[in-house]
Design a protein around this ligand. Structure first.
Ligand code: MLT
Length: 242
């Protein structure tokens, strides 16, 4: 059983060094929208998701694979990238579109956070959509746990910290130990403050404001749903699968 004493929260993909993750289990969180999209793709039968660092890596991989079975997906600053098959709206990742496909996935912060975690022991992909499944897996995790919030270009993202806090709140049965790490205390406190009103707080977040201008609000509504799936996406050998 994992103790919340052994949980830390990093607030962005730039807020730590890779060696801090060695031998730890990492839970990557990018509520708006990368990890919500990955969970949705897996729920709708995608064979796997290959997270990439940038457009260069995405295009190198896409040129070496069979385009019938692979799709090039992702965004830059929220907008679909020209020439890609899909953007980063989870609503695009329907069963008809992604079932049986392997997705090469390139996003502004989420996939960078995943790539930066490659030296860790295990990498889980979390969202509100699969919250209870993540909590269940972490409750029996033997390693120390890092909840890695992707954030936005080095800055904290409120929606990611809220989910981190929600995970911790569930893991400790709402009673956080005084010995918990500072990051865990901040995330837990944030969740306690806003737990009755997650959706409206997420809608007021900086990234929701950004997304409203680029893609509207449907994705934000979708990503605020809790426990619509029991998918547990994990990265193995460079590919996320369940
Ligand atoms: C990211 O990786 O930064 C995001 O998922 C951005 C987005 O909302 O498309």
């Amino acid at each position: 059983m994992s103790s919340t004493k052994n949980i830390d929260v990093f607030f962005s993909a730039q807020s730590f060094q890779e060696n801090e993750l060695r031998d730890k289990s990492v839970v990557v969180i990018d509520v708006l929208r990368a990890t919500s999209t990955i969970v949705t793709a897996m729920m709708n039968g995608a064979k796997g998701v290959i997270p990439v660092e940038d457009m260069g890596e995405a295009s190198r991989i896409s040129q070496s694979v069979d385009s019938d079975n692979y799709m090039l997906c992702g965004e830059k600053d929220g907008a679909k990238i020209d020439g890609y098959d899909l953007g980063n709206s989870p609503l695009e990742y329907t069963r008809e579109t992604v079932s049986g496909k392997t997705l090469i996935f390139n996003t502004t912060n989420g996939t960078k956070a995943i790539k930066k975690s490659l030296g860790s022991a295990t990498i889980y992909i979390a969202s509100f959509l699969n919250l209870s499944t993540i909590v269940k897996a972490l409750s029996v995790e033997k390693n120390e746990i890092v909840l890695l919030c992707a954030g936005w270009k080095g800055r904290l993202a409120l929606e990611d910290m809220l989910l981190a806090g929600n995970i911790i709140y569930n893991l400790c049965d709402a009673q956080l130990s005084d010995e918990a790490n500072d990051g865990a205390k901040v995330a837990f406190g944030l969740y306690e403050k806003y737990s009755d009103d997650i959706k409206s707080v997420v809608f007021q977040s900086n990234h929701a404001q950004r997304l409203k201008d680029v893609v509207g609000t449907d994705d934000i509504d979708y990503c605020c749903q809790t426990d619509i799936t029991d998918q547990l996406p994990i990265l193995h050998d460079g590919i996320i699968s369940t």
